[in-house]
Every structure is written in C-alpha cells, then in structure tokens.
Design a protein around this ligand. Structure first.
Ligand code: ZN
Length: 260
C-alpha cells in the first residue's frame, strides 16, 4: 500500500510520530508521500523524507495560504525541490469553500507554482474545493497535451472526473468515500460510487490526508497512514473486486506518477 497524501509532520503526531510511521511500514505499507502545504510544512516534509527511506516529500503552498506566495517563498520552494526525495509540487490549487485568501490571489499563487513544477518537470498534487471550473480553465489555458499529477481528495461528478482524466491526471480518493450514504438498495447510489466504478484502474490513487478525514470505521479518531487500507477496501467493494487488486494497482500508479 502506498499512502499518497499524508501530513505526519503536523502537531497531531508530535507524541507518537515514529510509532505511527513504524505501524504503517510493519503492516503492509510500502511508501508514503508527505505533502507540504506551506513553507514550514514543506521544510518539515523534506526532513522526514531525508530521515526515512520510504517517505517522500512534496513542497508547495496551499490556496489557504496563497497570500504568502511571493518571490522569496517561491525561491525557497525551488531550493527545496532540488532534493532527490522531493518528488512533487503540492498541495497547490484553489479553495473557494473557505476562501481564506482572495480568489485572485489563489489563482495567481496557483499559476506561479504550476510554473515551478513545469520548470522542474515535477508532478502536481492539486487541492480543489468548490472551484473545479476555474481550475480546469487554468489548466486548459496552458499549451500542453498532458499534465502529470493527481487531483487529491476527489469529490466531484463523473463529468468533472472525465475532464481531469482527459487532461492526463490521476484521481486520488480519501476516507470521505467511506462515509457517503449508500442507499443502493433504493437505486440511489452516491455519485462518487459511479465515479469510482467508471475510473480506469491505472488512474486511481489512494490517500489518507491524515490527520484529517478518518475513514469508516475510524470516524472520530485521528487518521493515520495505516488507515489507507480502508479506502482501498471501499474502492474494492464498490468495484466488486479484490483488495489485493486495488492495492497492487494503486501502488503501481503512485510509483509511476511520482517516479519513486
Ligand atoms: Zn492535504
């Protein structure tokens, strides 16, 4: 299993970080990608990656902190991105749900970091909430046939999933897919189930986004990388296939996308 989106540098893990990491790697975990969301967490992600063979880092500034994207922070991200354990730029993107930075600043920060990824030929880890149309417009405005990256924590329609697939993106699923209400006996499946059923197997990634978004049956607890198994199980269940097939495919996909 590869957890393609963790934040184990966060303070929620200050008391038992090493134990959490060990638990993952001793119970079927192969690799994890610790994702930066501001300058400080990007630096911490790099430290974790340097000290652990199977942890990799991404560096980037989240749309919530778009106001901090400037010449200096970009230069620092650029320096960090040169380390061989830094394998992606992210999480970057747009978040119109919370709008902690203005939409104009978010768009500007996103574009600047897209250029950083492009200059270093690195994949993207994209965060998007309530902003899919603007995000797609921005991505389509560049002269490229195919992007490489992942739309993390996907929670939109089949139509939007298809647009990202057409652009060359992978789609990442978190624990939120485990707590949509399934009323399939009433012929009323959540839209995300249809997205998962129709997704090409070679485009799916699994992730926890820990310490957030704990999957069923761990709702209410702190999330951790080991729980990525529940996401894989749910995908296997929805697609009517084995856990082994989903674990194998999602590991191969992460290894290919991030070259790890
Ligand atoms: Zn995240």
């Amino acid at each position: 299993m590869i957890d393609s989106h963790t934040h184990i540098d966060f303070k929620e893990f200050n008391d038992d970080r090493e134990k959490v990491i060990k638990r993952f790697f001793e119970n079927g975990g192969e690799k994890m990608i610790n994702v930066g969301c501001d300058l400080r967490s990007s630096i911490r992600s790099c430290e974790l990656a340097k000290n652990n063979e199977n942890i990799f880092a991404s560096v980037g500034i989240h749309p919530h902190d778009a106001d901090t994207v400037d010449k200096n922070s970009l230069k620092k991200l650029e320096e960090l991105s040169k380390h061989y354990k830094v394998i992606a730029v992210g999480e970057i993107g747009l978040d119109y749900f919370r709008n902690l930075s203005s939409q104009e600043r978010q768009i500007e920060a996103f574009r600047l970091q897209l250029e950083l990824a492009d200059n270093h030929n690195m994949p993207l880890i994209i965060h998007c909430r309530d902003a899919y149309n603007d995000l797609l417009d921005i991505l389509k405005s560049y002269q490229t046939d195919s992007w490489h990256g992942v739309i993390h924590c996907f929670a939109a329609s089949q139509k939007i999933a298809e647009e990202f697939l057409d652009l060359g993106f992978y789609i990442g699923f978190t624990g939120i897919i485990t707590y949509y209400k399934d009323r399939s006996k009433l012929g009323n499946k959540p839209e995300i189930y249809r997205v998962i059923e129709n997704m090409p197997l070679d485009k799916i990634l699994i992730e926890t986004d820990c310490p957030y978004l704990s999957p069923v049956p761990r709702r209410g607890e702190r999330n951790e990388p080991l729980f990525v198994r529940y996401v894989a199980e749910k995908i296997a269940h929805i697609r009517n296939t084995s856990l082994e097939e989903i674990e194998k495919a999602t590991s191969e996909n992460a290894i290919k996308l991030f070259n790890i």
